[in-house]
Each structure stands twice: as structure tokens, then as C-alpha cells.
Design a protein around this ligand. Structure first.
Ligand code: UDP
Length: 311
């Protein structure tokens, strides 16, 4: 199989490159590097089954030769990144997804669209099943990401229904692991860098908002399983172990042995108050559920952050 991975130099994209190569596929990674980093792919240099194309997928794309699958993971994905690049975020979700679907149609390839728990917005249903339509502010600061992803789901379904393209949609909940950008502003990189530097952990609001954190190898395994199905309706992937952000901070302090204190900061506008995936469909359709506990997943993540901070 020959697989194209957009956003291949990103956190999840680069782990997908590793998985596809381990499965015996040839891999073409496409990235414009606005948030992706070549460092994430350095270990693949010299692998003849791997190639990298520097390209903005929001612009038309041509790929020579056969393509069996496309994993569309290009997009800024941390709130700070998409607030910095709102137009690029909207373009990659809309024009980029259109280009990917056109490529898939031309090549007869299957597509996995990376969607997000953000399609549920600040959810009024908890935990969130795929059947929930969401509570999104279409003009708020997060709308560039939320609405881009909602549009990308809509155009993916349209290509499936009108052109019979083999599409899959994965709604990804908070995921962490080695290779996350140190400075992307998400809670895990912030807390880990702060803890390892002995600085206070910045808690936005009162820290009572909740998230559920999935280790990257579990997520990648679910995505790979989804690629192998013919399930066109969205599937949530994430870890249902939910905790408050304050409790998450305590876990980071324990995992790093850091003496850091907490420091309160204002809560960003439209920050979802709760988030936890209902993974009933993933369990049924993919026979999947997360295997890696937070404490297990934090070990390699802390080691990776420690070594990069010491470079
Ligand atoms: N957060 C925090 N301190 C930080 C960064 C984030 O308290 O330094 C909070 C943020 O307000 C949110 C949660 O942690 O409630 C997760 O934020 P993140 O940016 O990781 O992504 P989100 O889940 O909101 O997309």
C-alpha cells in the first residue's frame, strides 16, 4: 500500500508515518511546516519507502503514482496555534480537505479525515457520543478551528455520498505523547515544560474544567483500525478517563517530581467546561479501547520533554 499523510511532520502525523512504515506501506508525507517540524521525521531520513513533500495542502496537489490511502492530518490543532493562524486553519479545513478528497477520487484511495472533539464545542451532552450535534459559537475565537472541522466533515460526507469516495472520519479527543511541540500552548506541553523548569503551572480559570487524555500509540492504533473498515460515519477516539485540569496538574507534578506550585490565569473565551469521549462506537466497530494509562503514557512523554529541554 502507498499512503499519503498530510500533516506528516506534525505530532500525530509523524507517529502515523511510523505506523504505516511498520505495516509495510510506502509513505509520502506532505506538510507546509507552519506547525509541523522536520525534527519529528529526522529518524526516517534514508528510508527508501519514505518521502517528504514540502507543500501547503490548501493549494492544489499532484502526487505521481498510485495512492491507496490518504490520512488527512494537516491543520494547526492547539488553541494557541489556531488563534495565531485563523485563516490558514480555515483554509486547510476547507480548501485542503477539498484537495485531499479530489486526490482520493482521482486515485481511488480511501481517506481518513482527522476531525476533532471540538465539533462538539462547549458540550451540553456529557460524555459526548457521535450522535451529539454540538454547541459551537460560530463567531468566537475557536470558530476558525471548530467550523473548519465541521465543514471538513460535511464535504467529506458529500464526496462519499455523491462520488462514492471511501471516507472515514475520526473525531480525536485530547491526545499526548512524545514529539508534541514544546511551545504549542496546550495544557500538557505547558505543564510539563513548567514542571521541568521549576516554574509555576499556569491553571486557566479555576481548573475545574475537565479533559480526558489519550496516549498517542492508542490513538494511532484506532486510526489504523478505522482505515481498514468501511465505516463512513464519524468515530470518536480518545481515553474516557476524565479529570479536572487541576487534578491533571497534580499528576504532572507527581510524574516529574517537580516542586512547582499552581498559578491562576484567566480562562480563555469559549473554553469547553467538560470533555470526555463516549467510545461505544469505537469499541463496537473497531474492537478498540485505550490500553495505556495516564501514568504509563506520561513516562516516555516526560523523558522526551526532558531530553529536548536539555538540548
Ligand atoms: N489550560 C490550562 N493551562 C495551560 C493550558 C491550558 O489550564 O497552560 C487549560 C485550558 O484552559 C483547557 C485545558 O487546559 O481548559 C485544555 O487546554 P488545551 O489547550 O490543551 O486544549 P483544548 O482541550 O482546550 O483544546
Amino acid at each position: 500500500m502507498r499512503i499519503v499523510i498530510t500533516g506528516g511532520a506534525g505530532f500525530i502525523g509523524s507517529h502515523l508515518c511510523d505506523r504505516a512504515l511498520a505495516e509495510g506501506c510506502d509513505v509520502v508525507a506532505v506538510d507546509n511546516l507552519i506547525t509541523g517540524r522536520m525534527e519529528n521525521l529526522r529518524h526516517l531520513e534514508g528510508d527508501r519507502r519514505f518521502s517528504f513533500v514540502l507543500h501547503d495542502i490548501s493549494k492544489p496537489v499532484a502526487v505521481d503514482g498510485p495512492v491507496d490511502g490518504i490520512l488527512h492530518f494537516a491543520s494547526p490543532a492547539s488553541p494557541e496555534d489556531y488563534l495565531r493562524h485563523p485563516i490558514q486553519t480555515l483554509k486547510v479545513g476547507s480548501l485542503g480537505t477539498h484537495n485531499v478528497l479530489g486526490l482520493a477520487r482521482a486515485k481511488g484511495a480511501a481517506v481518513v479525515l482527522a476531525s476533532t472533539s471540538e465539533v462538539y464545542g462547549d458540550p451540553l451532552v456529557h460524555p459526548q457520543p457521535e450522535s451529539y450535534w454540538g454547541n459551537v459559537n460560530s463567531v468566537g475565537p475557536r470558530s476558525c478551528y471548530d467550523e473548519a472541522k465541521r465543514f471538513s466533515e460535511a464535504i467529506t460526507m458529500a464526496y462519499h455520498r455523491e462520488h462514492g469516495v471511501r471516507t472515514r472520519i475520526v473525531r480525536i479527543f485530547n491526545t499526548y505523547g512524545p514529539r508534541m511541540a514544546l511551545e504549542d500552548g496546550r495544557v500538557l506541553p505547558n505543564f510539563l515544560c513548567q514542571a521541568l523548569r521549576g516554574r509555576p503551572l499556569t491553571i486557566y480559570g479555576d481548573g475545574s474544567q475537565t479533559r480526558s487524555f489519550c496516549y498517542v500509540s492508542d490513538l494511532v492504533d484506532g486510526i489504523w483500525r478505522l482505515l481498514g473498515t468501511d465505516e463512513s460515519m464519524p468515530v470518536n477516539l480518545g481515553n474516557p478517563e476524565e479529570m479536572t485540569i487541576r487534578a491533571f496538574g497534580e499528576r504532572i507534578l507527581a510524574a516529574t517530581g517537580s516542586p512547582s506550585a499552581f498559578e491562576a490565569r484567566p480562562l480563555p473565551q469559549d473554553d469547553p467546561k467538560v470533555r470526555r469521549p463516549d467510545i461505544t462506537r469505537a469499541r463496537r466497530i473497531l474492537g478498540w479501547e485505550p490500553k495505556v494509562s495516564l501514568d504509563e503514557g506520561l513516562q516516555p512523554t516526560v523523558a522526551d520533554f526532558r531530553s529536548r529541554l536539555n538540548q
